[in-house]
Design a protein around this ligand. Structure first.
Ligand code: MG
Ligand code: MG
Length: 252
């Protein structure tokens, strides 16, 4: 079922979203060549716990870590390891938190040191895809209007959209209905209405759309070995349109 959230519930979801936004903002200071990926995970876990929240991914379906950290051709769900980040890589960091029974989910792809122009363009286009998808998340539109906007922008730039993984409703569970694909034709699927909270998360590949799963059962990577980027926000659909809950608040 699709949940329609009360104002109180939306403020609780928003509180968890603020924690993930602040976590990624804190991590952004540490993403650089030479940092050990598992150290980022440790910092994130301590930060989230210090806010009275719980890392939402840790233990979810057996996932072992606080963050999903996905480097270069890894699309999503990379498990933090003892590897070091290297100059020129792009790294997707996805973070979830739960506080008082409500969830926030947010992801950013970061540059590590000096990143090539073509990789920067992929990251910017993916972020723009997210912005364009969010703009469609308003009452009266349909779920597929979001995916159509994302797919159109990605393909116009010569990139491809991962099909196997999608955005989702969010609230009292990390993943709820409806699924929010990053592709599709307009005016299909569930009709969006005020009070829905969803996570929109385009995964855009530089090469073709095919992905494979590593032997660890989690890490999703591109089949052709080319790089992929991922950005995600949790939003609430309001009578005024989409409200991003996982942006860093100006009040800190
Ligand atoms: Mg996420
Ligand atoms: Mg998500």
């Amino acid at each position: 079922m699709v949940h329609i959230r009360t104002d109180r519930e939306i403020s609780l979801i928003s509180a968890s979203c603020q924690i993930v936004a602040d976590t990624l903002n804190m991590l952004s200071e540490h993403v650089r060549p030479g940092i050990k990926i598992i150290d980022l995970d440790q910092m994130a876990e301590e930060f989230i716990l210090s806010k009275g929240a719980r890392p939402a991914f840790k233990g979810y379906m057996g996932f072992p870590s606080t963050l999903c950290v996905s480097v270069d051709d890894e699309v999503v769900h990379g498990i933090p390891s003892n590897k070091f980040l290297e100059d020129g890589q792009i790294v997707g960091i996805d973070c979830g938190a739960e506080k008082e029974g409500y969830y926030g989910d947010h992801a950013i792809t970061f540059s590590v040191g000096n990143v090539s122009e073509s990789r920067q363009k992929l990251m910017k286009t993916t972020k723009d895809c997210l912005t364009k998808g969010i703009a469609e998340a308003k009452p009266g539109n349909y779920v597929s209007d979001i995916g159509y906007a994302i797919q159109s922008h990605a393909e116009k730039n010569g990139y491809s959209v991962v099909r196997e993984l999608v955005g989702h409703g969010i609230g009292s569970n990390l993943h709820e209905e409806p699924q929010i694909p990053n592709y599709g034709n307009p005016k299909q699927g569930y009709k969006l209405c005020e009070g829905m909270c969803i996570a929109i998360e385009p995964m855009i590949n530089m090469g073709n759309k095919e992905v494979v799963t590593d032997a660890d059962g989690w890490t999703i990577r591109t089949a052709d070995g080319k790089v992929s980027a991922h950005f995600e926000h949790t939003i609430a659909i309001t009578s005024d349109g989409p409200k991003i809950l996982s942006a860093v608040s100006k009040n800190g």
